[in-house]
Design a protein around this ligand. Structure first.
Ligand code: ADP
Ligand code: MG
Length: 354
């Protein structure tokens, strides 16, 4: 502070008008557990709903008592740290007003010495509730925007995966059943031509046509099973997993602790989690056996696939597990991986159930 040489400073009057006009509650308080106020500006009433006289010398209540219980310990600690470092403090914390409302305040202060030579705190308290609420709203809307962007990206991946699946089916049909039907049709045409002059040769061609048709039929069945196993639709998740385990290249124990059927979408998603996880076990884990467990939780159902293999599985390691994450996200579910090198892998998919 600078004072003009020719003026006679009326420090007390100056301080009084400052205390009245500053848009915050000026204070001087003891360094004690109550923050006992020696002096407190009237602005505190607008901020807290309690008159300043309530707090001065702890007449009716202590300032400490209106600090939000969750912030109290931090306020004391941060002030003590600032005093120890002989530095001013700037704190933001919550108070509970006379109406029971929670308000955010900004408290700036520093160590001072009072007229008795005792250590005290001089500071000023501002109401920053509006700014805090605006900040919180901004953070919330940013988080919502991030979630929306992630959802958008996962939709795009789902569409891409569906396109890829369709292309694969088209290739399988083209290279499999379609070739068989073409061969059968050719054999039938030859048989037709030879029917009169060479009935024996025609009969051989009919046999060939039948063989091709049977093989084509089997390939179509196989393809349909891959697209959506009939046993899943007809008998549910546990049976579909048992059928999967029977065809697998290593021993798999299936444990199902969920009675009855789940929603079709949930069953399908968990089934594909199991098939991808077990394919990974065969492809990557060098395990001796695996276990699949379906268990109910609070409002959720979880599918866990564990193996005793090499470990080292990562959600971002390929397209399989991240595809599962997307599939589960659509249902509000999550995928977790615990996989330590040399200690096997546990994959856990959790999906909410209505
Ligand atoms: N059960 C497992 N044991 C060991 N490693 C695994 C296992 N599952 C997945 N991984 C590792 O995590 C990576 C990611 O898996 P995934 O997303 O399914 O991709 P990929 O198409 O390679 O199977 C795999 O490439 C593999 O290195
Ligand atoms: Mg995989």
């Amino acid at each position: 502070m600078r004072v003009a040489p020719q003026s006679i400073p009326d420090v007390e009057g100056f301080v009084t008008s400052l205390v009245r006009n500053v848009p915050g509650a000026v204070y001087r308080c003891d360094v004690d557990a109550a923050f006992t106020m020696q002096l407190l500006g009237d602005e505190i009433e607008r901020i807290s709903g309690y008159p300043a006289s309530d707090f001065v010398a702890n007449a009716r209540r202590t300032f400490d008592s209106i600090i939000h219980a969750d912030d109290r310990e931090r306020v004391h600690r941060e002030i003590a740290e600032a005093l120890a470092a002989d530095e001013p403090y700037v704190l933001e914390y919550r108070i509970v007003t006379a109406d029971g409302e929670v308000r955010w305040i900004l408290d700036r202060g520093l160590r001072a010495v009072d007229a008795f030579g005792r250590e005290c705190l001089d500071g000023i308290i501002f109401d920053v509730t509006h700014r805090r609420l605006a900040e919180e709203a901004r953070l919330r809307s940013e988080a919502a925007a991030a979630r929306a962007a992630e959802l958008e990206a996962s939709r795009a991946r789902i569409v891409a995966a569906a396109d890829e699946a369709r292309r694969r089916i088209e290739r399988d049909l083209h290279d499999g059943a379609q070739q068989r039907l073409v061969a059968a049709s050719l054999a039938l045409r030859v048989a037709e031509r030879r029917l009169m002059e060479s009935p024996e040769s025609a009969a051989m061609m009919l046999v060939r046509a039948r063989t091709e048709l049977e093989a084509g039929l089997e390939e179509l069945r196989e393809l349909a099973r891959g697209i959506h196993p009939a046993v899943l639709t007809d008998h549910g998740l546990a049976d579909a997993l048992r059928a999967l385990a029977e065809r697998a290249a290593l021993p798999i124990r299936i444990e199902c602790r969920v009675a009855g059927r789940l929603a079709p979408g949930v069953e399908t998603a968990l089934y594909y989690c199991a098939t991808e996880a077990l394919t990974n076990v065969v492809k990557h884990a060098r395990a001796t056996h695996a276990r699949v467990c379906i268990e109910p939780g609070e409002g959720v159902v979880a599918l866990e696939v564990s193996d005793d293999g090499a470990g080292g599985a990562r959600l971002d390691g390929g397209s399989g597990l991240s595809g599962l994450e997307d599939r589960l996200a659509v249902l509000g579910g999550i995928l977790e991986v615990k996989s330590v090198a040399g200690r096997g892998t546990v994959l856990r998919a959790t999906v909410p159930v209505a």
